[in-house]
Design a protein around this ligand. Structure first.
Ligand code: PHE
Length: 501
């Protein structure tokens, strides 16, 4: 009886564009979190590779190191979503995990805002840990606002995706301007203030969430106590290792660290998929679904490795080889990255409309085909970048339209792949493992981020000269992955047709 009252109250709750009012809280928290994340990220390689003297002194790191650290950072942020998800599932509950995460992120940005270089890595570490607690758990709460079978869930996620992009737009706008034109630490501070708005907003309006995601999983209290004990132990060990690293007791070469981190993530992915296929006791059909998800996983990893060049090598291309004046006024490097969120907001409804119309004609492309479209867009975007690089070799700076078109095509790829990937993972994951399977989806972003840092370093090692060859090999990867996806789609289409006839 209590349950049925719940169902009707959730279905009747249409306070926010027809959606439950809790979505308002999540919308603005995620908006501020992404504002701080992308705003800071847009400054990261510029600050690290900036000259140590002059008006706005940077850290003077080599491009190889700056790009590697950028890759490790992006990779860590998404990798930490896995332990962050586990903690919320088993110990904290999602609402509390988001609250703690938001506070840690704000502290991280404020640490970066200190005009010191010594605290730089501490700030990054805090943002990584906080985002691990916030990012995937907040998306889980979105899903929990709706009862099973509520048809509004998908459009709830679409609204949520808008908050991500409004947030990143604000981040590029504010943090890039302050960071590049006034001083890096002002930009980092602005990210901190943005996240602080998010914290305050979440704190006061979390009541709107009701009990969505308030409790962790059911389990015997004894088991939970054991989990808590082990988590405490792990956090202490992690704290010691991080402190040793930050205090300089462990010397780390960023490039080598990034390479090993990539292998580590690869091994985690292989083991996890092997476990699902061999030991998880899945049915034949579930195993077939896992194979499909594996293919999508690899494709997503490649995709993000190109996409994340925006805050890496493409940022340097914008700074060093692009004319950044509009009507004679200089604009910050980071403003070019506006293009992505702006185009997402414009094209997301168009893409959704295209899929719906194709579905009506029974022509809706399968998941692998949509991913293949994502891969082909990524390949085309780098063909355009190669043309821009060739032109810059003859006469730099080039116009900003090159990067804007590149970001436009990235965005088309993103829309063919990112929301589609989420849908695929929620449809094809074995029910029991759904939470963890979302973790895997973030692991693909994590691998993509590290790869982006490594490729970005290779692309910049000799300035413009080394860009085209690296972009060229990336294009080949995207094309091969795209063709494999198309073949997979064709073969499974025929197999399904034969088995159903
Ligand atoms: N713009 C998206 C976001 O920040 C990109 C993304 C997709 C990141 C999927 C991680 C996973 O949320």
């Amino acid at each position: 009886m209590a349950n049925s009252t719940n169902i009707s109250s959730s279905a009747n709750d249409t306070a926010f564009f027809g959606h439950p009012k809790g979505l308002i809280t999540l919308f603005f928290t995620e908006m501020w979190e992404r504002m701080s994340y992308y705003g800071m990220r847009a400054l990261l390689v510029l600050y690290m590779s900036g000259a140590v003297t002059g008006f706005n002194p940077g850290l003077g790191f080599s491009q190889i190191d700056a790009q590697a650290i950028y890759g490790i950072y992006v990779g860590m942020v998404y990798f930490m979503c896995i332990p962050g998800g586990w903690l919320a599932d088993n110990i904290l509950g999602y609402q509390r995990a988001v609250m703690i995460g938001a506070v840690i992120i704000a502290l991280g940005h404020f640490t970066l805002a200190l005009p010191l270089t010594q605290t730089f890595f501490l700030g990054l570490t805090l943002v990584v840990l906080g985002t691990g607690l916030l990012k995937s758990n907040i998306s889980t709460i979105v899903g929990k606002l709706y009862k099973d079978g509520d048809p509004r869930r998908t459009s709830g996620y679409t609204i949520f995706y808008m908050s991500i992009n409004i947030g990143s737009f604000l981040g590029f706008l504010i943090c890039s301007y302050l960071g590049e034109f006034i001083g890096w630490h002002w930009g980092f501070g602005a990210a901190g203030i943005g996240m602080l708005f998010g914290v305050i907003q979440y704190y006061y309006f979390r009541g709107l969430l009701g009990d969505a995601g308030i409790k962790p999983n059911n389990m015997p209290e004894k088991q939970r106590q054991t989990y808590i004990k082990w988590s405490r132990f792990t956090v202490i060990v992690m704290g010691i290792v991080i402190a040793a690293g930050l205090l300089g007791f462990i010397s780390i070469d960023p490039r080598i660290f990034a390479e090993y981190f990539l292998y580590f993530l690869g091994v985690v992915a292989v083991f996890y998929f092997a476990y699902l296929l061999l030991l998880a006791g899945l049915t034949y059909q579930e195993k077939k679904n896992i194979l499909l998800l594996m293919l999508l996983f690899v494709a997503a990893m490649f995709f993000w490795s190109g996409f994340d060049q925006s805050g890496g090598s493409l940022s340097i291309f914008a700074r060093d080889y692009t004319d950044l004046t509009v009507f004679g006024y200089p604009i910050p490097v980071g403003w070019l990255q506006f293009a992505n969120p702006l185009f997402v907001v414009i094209f997301a409804p168009i893409f959704a409309g295209i899929w719906t119309n194709l579905a009506r004609m029974n022509l809706n492309p399968s998941y692998p085909l949509k991913f293949a479209i994502g891969m082909f867009f990524m390949a085309i975007s780098f063909v355009i970048m190669i043309a821009a690089v060739e032109l810059a070799l003859v006469s730099a700076p080039v116009g900003m339209q090159w990067l804007i078109i590149t970001y436009l095509i990235h965005t088309w790829g993103e829309l063919a792949l990112s929301p589609v990937g989420l849908a695929a993972f929620s449809e094809y994951s074995p029910k029991k493992y759904q939470g963890q399977m979302f973790g895997l989806w973030f692991l693909a972003s994590s691998l993509g981020g590290v790869l982006a840092g490594l490729l970005g370093g290779d692309a910049l090692v000799e300035g413009l000269e080394s860009m085209a060859p690296v972009f060229d090999s990336m294009i080949q990867f995207y094309l091969v992955a795209g063709v494999v996806l198309v073949l997979f789609a064709v073969v499974s289409y025929y197999l399904n047709r034969n088995s159903s006839s």
